[in-house]
Design a protein around this ligand. Sequence first.
Ligand code: ZN
Length: 328
Amino acid sequence: MRRRRPPRASEQRYISHAAIGFPLTFEPLPFDPETYLADVRLFQQEGFGAIYLIDDERKTVIETATSWEVGRVLEAIRAFGLKPEDIDALVVSHIHLDHAGGAGFLLPEMPRAKVYVHERGHKHLVDPTRLVESARQALGPEESEFYGTMRPIRADRLVAVKDGDRLDLGKHELLFLDSPGHAPHELTILDERNRCVYTGDAAGLYFPGDEILMPIAPAPAFDLEKNLRTFERLLALEPRALLFSHYGPHVHPKEAIEAMMVAYPAWARIVKEKLGTLGEDAVLRELYEMSCRAAKRYSRDFLERRIRVSISGLASYHERMERAAPGR
Ligand SMILES: [Zn+2]
C-alpha cells in the first residue's frame, strides 16, 4: 500500500476553484494526469451531479446521471475531444436512477462500452420495470419526475461486479468494494493509481463551497448498521481523496467520514424520536439546522428536498427494524 500523504497546497486551491467553477466540460483533477470531472447539472443544480472520466488506454466514465442528463454527458465527452464510440466502460456506483438511469440511453452511442454494475443490481438494469416503479413510490410523483426513466440493457452489455473484482484500464486499476447501507447494490471503487475512492452515495452527500456534509438515506432499502460498517471500511482504506458523485473531490477523507459517522446515527435518532410526535416539517427544520446552516451556494429548497428523501428513508428503516425485532 502506498504511503498516505497530506494534500498539497495546489490541490487545495484547485478544489476551491472547482467548487466555484462547477465545470460543465471535463476538467482535470489534481491527483493524476488522466482523471477528469464534469458537472452535468443533475436536477438542474450546479455542483450536484458529478461524472468522472478516466482517459486511460481503456476510456472509462464513472456514473451516468439520469436519462435527462444524457445529452450533457455526450456533450462533455465530445468537448473533451473523445467520441462516445471511444468509451470502453461505464461504471455505475449503484442502480438508483440518478447514477445508472442514463446508462441504457448512452449505450447506443457507445458501441464498445460495457456497463459495470453490482451483482445485486444487474437484473434490475436488464429489466428496470420494478426499479423505476419503486423509485416512483419512494420519491412521490413530483420528486420522481427529476429522476427520469430507464431503458433496459441487454445482459451481454453488462458486467456483474462483486466485492474484490478489478478492472484494469492501463495505468489505472479499479478495485470494486461491496459497500451496502445506502442501498444493497452499492459499490465504492478504489483507483489504485491515485488511491482516490469513488464513493457513489455510500459516504453521503458533499456540497463543496458550502462545505456541507449530509447523510443520504433513501427508502426502500437504507440500512444504518450496514452503512456504518461501510464507513469503517472506507476509513481503513486511508484514501487520498473521496470522489463524491454528489459532488466532487473531498481532500480530507478521514474528517469527512468521521463527520458522517456522527451525523447518520444522529439523524436516525431524531427521525425515530420526533417524526411521530412533531411531524415531518419540524424534523426537517431540525436536520437542516444541524447540517446546513452554512448554506449559501445551495438553496434551502434544494437542500430540504434532499433531507426529505432521508426522512422517509429513515422512517421506513425504523419500521423494518421494528417489524424484525418489536420493542427494539
Ligand atoms: Zn442512491
